[in-house]
Design a protein around this ligand. Sequence first.
Ligand code: SF4
Ligand code: SF4
Length: 146
Amino acid sequence: MSEKKFYENGLQFECQRCSACCRHEPGYVFLSKNDLDALVDETGLSEQDFLLKYCRTVDLGGIKRISLIEKKNYDCIFWTEEGCRVYKARPVQCRTYPFWISYLEEEKDWKDLAKSCPGVGKGPIVSKEEIEKRIAERQDEQMLTV
Ligand code: SF4
Ligand code: SF4
């Protein structure tokens, strides 16, 4: 029998469109091959030009991944006053936030997240099935390494 999760009855979440997860603080938006393909299509650039213009390599203790770059103020390179410039092709990391396994192992982590993501605890209930679908969507993606 699988272990009972604290989100067995779902979790309340509704994005408040504050953009806090896209800007102000340094971070990484890692790309999968599918993400890269979608972003290349969306921007109309060649893969090489896209990588040169919008990406950087991040060394995670031996594993090198590809991340989007940030502006000098730490906003994501694709963030604009109107929102995400590549919204339709936004990476899986963005699409599945905040339903990341790192916030869903312990109830405390989910509750703490409300300090930085005001959508936590607001709006309708997102079901356990939907939460697990988002977790799987991210885990199923093969992240790019170099
Ligand atoms: S921080 Fe949370 S509420 Fe704000 S835009 Fe991101 S997901 Fe939405
Ligand atoms: S790609 Fe779009 S959704 Fe993802 S962090 Fe950048 S601006 Fe936000």
